[in-house]
Write a protein that binds this ligand. Structure first.
Ligand code: MTE
Ligand code: MO
Length: 200
């Protein structure tokens, strides 16, 4: 009789360990990590702005953002507190689409949010099909606790870079560390290099 491989032993043999960055464990939950209360900006007061060091700043209302070409992606996400979640599905607008025609005049960006949270990234890490402003998770509107109405999604970096309640992206000529980056987290945050904290 052929043994049934894997499903009765310890561990999670159905999981592709190669997709799990060092020091991470897999969860099927979706933990909520917020440094402050969940903001509730009415959609008719909401806008999204590309500004800072750009030749042509631009802004969209909620309706206008929703009318932009949307993309759906399936990605793994990795939190610095060591949980990873595989195969999360999101829908939103590529940052490439938002930056199209804005003429960035710097190599860095700061994402800013309702509630005051900020996070900094190299421009190269939000362009080239690597980042989205998403408003759906798992086919449903993004829940407020997870960043709804819209959040940044930058799945190749630790999840603190995926700013919830995002309202805009400022292009900057100099790298300007954001909230967690000035509170001891690594400036870049590559989960595959375990760039969790500054100085490590
Ligand atoms: N505006 C805002 N965005 C944020 C945060 C926050 O506190 N405020 N926390 C960050 C951190 S540390 C993580 S791990 C993820 C958590 O997202 P989740 O609550 O949807 O799991 O959001 C990131 N984006
Ligand atoms: Mo986090």
């Amino acid at each position: 009789m052929a043994p049934t491989r894997g499903f009765h032993g310890r561990g999670r043999p159905d999981v592709d360990r190669a997709r799990l960055p060092p020091g991470q464990y897999l969860t099927s939950d979706f933990p909520v990590l917020s440094a402050g209360p969940t903001p509730h900006t009415p959609l008719d007061e909401w806008s999204f702005t590309i500004a800072g060091a750009v030749g042509d700043p631009r802004s969209w209302t909620w309706e206008e953002l929703r009318a932009l070409p949307a993309e759906s992606v399936r990605v793994d996400i990795h939190c610095v507190t060591q949980w990873s979640k595989f195969d999360t599905t999101w829908t939103g607008v590529s940052v490439d689409t938002l930056l199209d025609g804005a003429e960035p005049g710097g190599d860095h960006v700061v994402a800013w949010c309702d509630g005051g949270y900020t996070t900094n990234l190299p421009l190269a890490d939000v362009t080239g099909g690597t980042a989205w402003v998403v408003y759906e998770f798992g086919g449903d509107p993004l829940e407020p606790q997870h960043g709804g109405p819209a959040r940044l999604l930058v799945p190749h970096l630790y999840f603190w870079k995926s700013a919830k309640w995002i309202r805009g992206i400022s292009v900057t000529e100099r790298d300007e560390p954001g909230f967690w980056e000035t509170h001891g987290y690594h400036n870049y945050g590559d989960p595959w290099r375990e760039q969790r904290y500054a100085g490590f």
